[in-house]
Ligand binder design. Structure first.
Ligand code: NAD
Length: 273
């Protein structure tokens, strides 16, 4: 298209368009400006903000990518009117994630996202404007707080990966067709909630309340080990960019609305299933 360094790319679309545009903008002529106009719920609450760009490869997700901040992000919830149920639900997946990490985001005040999401479920499904805007605003406050402290994911930003270790393996296994990103993240959250409770990191009542919140939003825990061979999922987790040389990283709940990182061996990871 003959773009020059003074041109700007505008990503109008969901997370895939946003990530690809950001990646193209960050590498074309060593970087030109770009703007995000997210049109899915997931991209409004998460992917359009924070500057992560990536493309999915056959064998591993997000393995090629850059950190490159957009010059601006414009969010208009009217786009959501045409979004189908499955994609709306995918966005809910990332929103629910924020409810479980709120106290680990370093945000100056309590937003009570967990409680608010428990109360406003029906209004969310009705796509009620004030509720949607409030939830999007809350999620972005938390995300921006994290990115401002740790843009390049050296430490704090990893809390955003709650549910993502299993999620990325599931998405790759399903060739990015079986699960939407949000659905896979929720399965990942069920997985670590269960593990955290079994390992006495969280109480039974918090684990139950958390699962109830996910169920309220239409998500159900799948029997993953019946659907896929755990060994194959662990192989994929080892290829994930979050994994260390011989350890697999998980963000796990460790208290109400708090998470921490654990690093597990391949054998310990297999035992999680
Ligand atoms: N960069 C980040 O920080 C980050 C964070 C989370 C997820 N992601 C990435 O985002 C991607 C998922 O994004 P997504 O959930 O937006 O999916 P998507 O971009 O694939 O969009 C989902 C579908 O919705 C359609 N669509 C988009 N807007 C619409 C609208 N307003 N009305 C009707 N249909 C519409 C799209 O054409 C597409 O078919 C994944 O690849 C994931 O890895 C990136």
């Amino acid at each position: 298209m003959g773009l020059t360094r003074s041109d700007v790319m505008i990503a109008v679309g969901g997370g895939v368009i946003g990530d690809i545009t950001g990646f193209a903008a960050s590498t074309y002529m060593r970087g030109i400006d770009y703007i995000q106009v997210p049109t899915t719920l997931l991209s409004m609450v998460d992917s359009s903000v924070g500057g992560k760009t990536a493309i999915d490869m056959k064998d591993a997700k997000n393995i090629v990518g850059t950190f490159y901040q957009p010059k601006a992000v414009f969010i208009n919830i009217n786009f959501l009117k045409t979004l189908d149920k499955k994609q709306f639900s995918s966005g809910l997946g990332e929103i629910l994630k924020y409810a479980f990490i709120e106290e680990s985001c370093g945000y100056e005040q309590s937003l009570f996202l967990f409680e608010y999401l428990t109360l406003c479920c029906e209004k969310m499904f009705e796509k009620e404007a004030m509720t949607l805007m409030r939830i999007i605003e809350y999620c972005l406050k938390l995300k921006i707080s994290i990115v401002n402290q740790d843009e390049k994911e050296n430490d704090l930003r990893r809390v955003l990966n709650l549910g993502h270790t299993l999620a990325h393996a599931l998405e790759t296994k399903g060739r990015y067709k079986t699960y939407t990103h949000g659905e896979a993240v929720i399965q990942g959250i069920f997985f670590v909630l269960d593990w955290a409770h079994k390992n006495d990191l969280i109480s039974y009542s918090y684990c139950r309340l958390s699962c109830e919140l996910l169920t309220k939003y239409g998500f159900h825990k799948e029997d993953i080990s019946n659907k896929y061979k755990p060994e194959e999922l662990v192989e994929l987790m080892k290829k994930d960019k979050k994994s260390l040389r011989d350890k697999i990283r998980f963000i796990v709940p460790c208290d109400k609305k708090k998470v921490k990182e654990v690093q597990l061996t391949q054998e310990e990871t297999l035992a999680m299933f």
